[in-house]
Design a protein around this ligand. Sequence first.
Ligand SMILES: Cc1ncc(COP(=O)(O)O)c(C=O)c1O
Length: 372
Amino acid sequence: MHFKRMSIESESPEEMGYASIQYNLAESSVRDIYFRDLQINLDEVFLCYAEHRGNIALRNEIVKNEKDLSADDVLVCPSAATALFIISTTLLNDKDHLVVLRPNYATNIETPRAINCEISFIDLQFESGFQLDIEQIKNAVKPNTKLISLTSPHNPTGVVFDNKILEEIIAFATERNINVLVDETYRYLNFQRDMMPYYAAKSDKVISVCSLSKAHGTPGIRTGWLITKNKKLQHDFLAAKEQIIICNSVVDEAIALHILQQENYLQKTHEHIRKNFSVLKNWMDIEQHYLEWIRPNAGVVCFPRIKKEYTVDTKKFYTILYEQFKTFVGAGHWFEQADHYFRLGFGYPTEEELQQGLKNIDASIEASIVSS
Ligand SMILES: Cc1ncc(COP(=O)(O)O)c(C=O)c1O
């Protein structure tokens, strides 16, 4: 395998330096918390090798609301990113074919590229509300298709795909003996409705992925998981995990368990997101006029674009936004899209930071318009 750095990572806020960014509208998560905020005592954590599948109490907690899944279906991984790496490297080789959404979280595309498998992209279109076209997915499938890779709630658009359509894709793939990855990393950010059961419950061809990085404010504990009812896949994924890391950090697992045991942990977070979302809606629909968007229905990101009638020097736009206004968004090229699209994160900033950051976007576009 040959690895290339992805621009979403090399240009990420943590690599740029958080101190250089005052208005961080680039994140796909809520604000990170401090260890002290958790008020957890770790004195009794025994610093041994942990159970390889993950702490059993943690695995039980992960599926506690799932009537069709058990702890045996869960493999705790050091982050969703690692789970995705394990899934791609286990299921795909250079003779295989993958069907994957684009735009997407870059790893869902870049690891299969490093494997050098054949890839068919399902390019989501702004004009279609970034919705899935099921016929396009069916038509993309070939005899050597090993995996259909979906992300919902979706990054970077914040769109939640229609449950019926996802179920139809899963039924189609199950019949064809093709695995389906549903990257559900944003499921806890479903702030407008009740959380759906994991798609892994629907078929043993499905693998769901999630983590504590986006809603819980704890990407630094690098704790995620994959879920599948398929025993053979569980075995193979565990073998891959054991070769990479053997087991998770017991400290991280203890923190993860503590977080998931708090009944109302996400209540304040969801209130904050709803408030910021209404600020964003007001700004997008009423106050500004350079941008158009597809309204997200979950997550804390959306993927607006500069309207075609404005010719903007996008390089200048991002430079002014960052250097002059200390404001950061996720450029379109992070997602293999043109740079007049960008990912705008509304969960990480405070309400005041969001309001100012949005004004800064407006001013930066204005300063970058190319006059004809
Ligand atoms: C869709 C998606 N999957 C996975 C990840 C990786 O998350 P983690 O921090 O758990 O590795 C991200 C991070 O942005 C993501 O957007």
